[in-house]
Design a protein around this ligand. Structure first.
Ligand code: FEO
Length: 400
């Protein structure tokens, strides 16, 4: 991705990374990820965040080109996670007159990451504090725990731009054509999902601002007008802000049923697929099934949040849960999964215990309604367990 104009005076100088195997060493990114960075050209020049050290050379080249011989005055650091902060020291070495602007917490973290002492080249940003660049004026808005404690976002009031840090980001390089919502949801739920209350606080602060453009640290720039140069063509902003409102309040995004199964030899899978078949026959429009042993765990987590109903189907293993189901439930719990209706299918050839363990974990989550009956399969489906699946299907959609 080469430099692209966000406005006449602001340029994108970030980098697409299509070689990373796992983002944060855990999330598959088959279409890569972008590390976004921007330059504001005015009487003073400000660079909005750096990039992962993996991409520092391309970023520094992009930056040099955008600056056209000028020196940067400020590096605004919104977040210290290394996918954005990784190249700060390289920048400060290359531009010895530049100053860092960041929250007090971010500045206190710098020595943990960098050998260079940058204290006497630092300016502390505070809530509502302003930094005039000329025509542009930056206003800092603290966003602690979205999703690190030092995070702040920056509002530029002349052009009505919110530099939103990780908020409104998505997986996927910028030259990839794809819908925004799936990869933005997978990104939000898995990376920021635990911090819904803090996101709500940030959304309330953002509601007081007139925002025409959102510049996130990953994924496309979002514009109210929707025009502009590809790939920055997405708009209007209400769609994205409303989705963030839903996600951060843990409300379901869609009416539908997500069935996540953990099967060893395929018998639990058969039970899960049978339930899906019955639900579709009943007319449920959105039924999605996922194999937790093989499908992307992060997507399965995001899907559980997306739909209003979830069915967990697991075989019993060593008297407990099959590992991928145990891991799935741990992920859901850590992301504050709540406010959902859940059905249970357990399997076990001699002592089915999976249902008991799933219910125990679910009991530690808020506002989870577990449906009756629990389906118990002993090895393979038979008349009795099939009748239980029919009953569970009915409980999942009593109106059908
Ligand atoms: Fe994209 Fe929290 O860093």
């Amino acid at each position: 991705m080469r430099n692209v104009a966000v406005t006449e005076t602001i340029q994108y100088v970030g980098v697409d990374d299509k070689t990373i195997d796992l983002f944060e060493s855990q999330y598959v990114v088959p279409k890569g990820v972008s590390y976004n960075s921007y330059v504001i050209m005015d009487e003073k020049t400000a660079v909005m965040d750096s990039v992962d050290i993996r991409a520092k050379e391309e970023w520094l080249d992009n930056l040099e080109q955008a600056l056209s011989g000028r020196q940067p005055d400020y590096l605004i650091v919104s977040h210290m996670e290394p996918d954005h902060a990784g190249s700060i020291q390289c920048f400060m070495e290359k531009y010895p007159n530049a100053q860092i602007v960041a929250s007090a917490k971010a500045l206190s973290m710098m020595p943990q990451f960098f050998s260079m002492d940058m204290q006497d080249r630092s300016i502390t940003a505070t809530e509502g504090g302003e930094l005039p660049l000329g025509k542009h004026v930056l206003t800092f808005v603290m966003a602690p725990m979205v999703h690190w404690p030092e995070v702040m976002v920056t509002y530029e009031k002349t052009e009505k731009i919110l530099f939103s840090a990780d908020a409104f980001g998505k997986f996927g390089a910028l030259d990839v054509e794809e819908d925004w919502v799936c990869e933005a949801r997978r990104y939000y739920i898995n990376i920021v999902g635990k911090y819904g209350a803090q996101v709500q606080t940030l959304l309330k602060k953002a509601a007081a601002l007139d925002i025409q453009i959102i510049c996130p640290l990953h994924g496309p720039i979002l514009k109210e007008t929707g025009e502009s140069v590809s790939p920055f063509k997405i708009g209007p902003l209400k769609y994205y802000i409303d989705l963030y409102g839903i996600w951060s309040s843990y409300e379901p995004e869609e009416s539908g049923i997500f069935i996540a199964y953990a099967s060893i030899y395929g018998n639990t899978r058969t039970a899960a697929e049978k339930l899906a078949e019955i639900l579709r026959e009943k007319g449920v429009k959105k039924v999605k099934v996922s194999d937790l042993a093989r499908d992307d765990m992060a997507e399965a987590v995001a899907d559980a949040f997306c739909y209003d109903r979830l069915v967990l189907a697991s075989v019993t293993y060593d008297g407990g849960l099959f590992p991928c189901m145990e891991s799935y439930l741990a992920h859901l719990k850590s992301k504050n999964y709540q406010k959902r209706i859940v059905g249970i299918i357990e399997n076990g050839s001699w002592a089915p215990m999976a249902g008991k363990h799933m219910k125990e974990t679910l009991s530690g989550m808020k506002e989870i309604a577990i449906l009756e009956p629990t389906v118990t399969v002993k090895s393979t489906l038979n008349e009795a367990s099939l009748a239980q699946i029919e009953a569970l299907a009915q409980a999942l959609c009593p109106e059908k």
